[in-house]
Design a protein around this ligand. Structure first.
Ligand code: ZN
Length: 151
């Protein structure tokens, strides 16, 4: 019943879409991109992935870890100008995007409260793990959604 009703904002998918868009617009090879997903502090970042998923406060430090020179100063300036010219999003569009993301988060929280997995629509089940109690998806291992239970 809930199967495909809700489309969830998946940060990794979003990131891939953003990179593809930049690849197209800027003509930079995909192999030259380093994906980084940054969340504001307070987000729960218990994720199992090889992706760079960090807090916004860690962005600078992480970027500085990559020291391979891929672009010359000249190219960087051109890329910067190109990106700036592309980034003219109306404040209306920006507001709408923010409110959509908020709605998705609210819907997700509601589903969890009702015991429904927001990722696949199966029931959530209570589980006790090594690192504490959590709700896990009854569709595990197909769906690996978990929600830690706050003490
Ligand atoms: Zn699930």
């Amino acid at each position: 019943m809930f199967g495909n009703k809700y489309k969830f904002y998946n940060p990794i998918k979003q990131n891939k879409a953003h990179i593809l868009a930049l690849n197209k617009q800027l003509g930079i090879k995909l192999s030259n991109f380093i994906p980084i997903i940054a969340f504001s502090n307070g987000a729960d970042l218990r994720v199992n992935t090889t992706y760079n998923i960090i807090y916004t406060t860690q962005i600078n430090r992480l970027i500085k870890e990559y020291t391979d020179i891929k672009f010359q100063e000249n190219d960087i300036q051109k890329l910067y100008e190109k990106i700036s010219s592309l980034n003219i999003v109306s404040s209306e569009a920006r507001k709408q995007h923010i409110s959509e993301v908020r709605n998705i988060i609210a819907t997700k929280e509601q589903m969890i409260q009702q015991g429904i997995c927001p990722r696949c629509g199966h029931n959530l089940v209570f589980r006790s793990g090594k690192y504490g109690d959590f709700f896990g998806c009854s569709n595990y291992p197909k769906c690996r959604f978990t929600q830690p239970i706050e003490k």
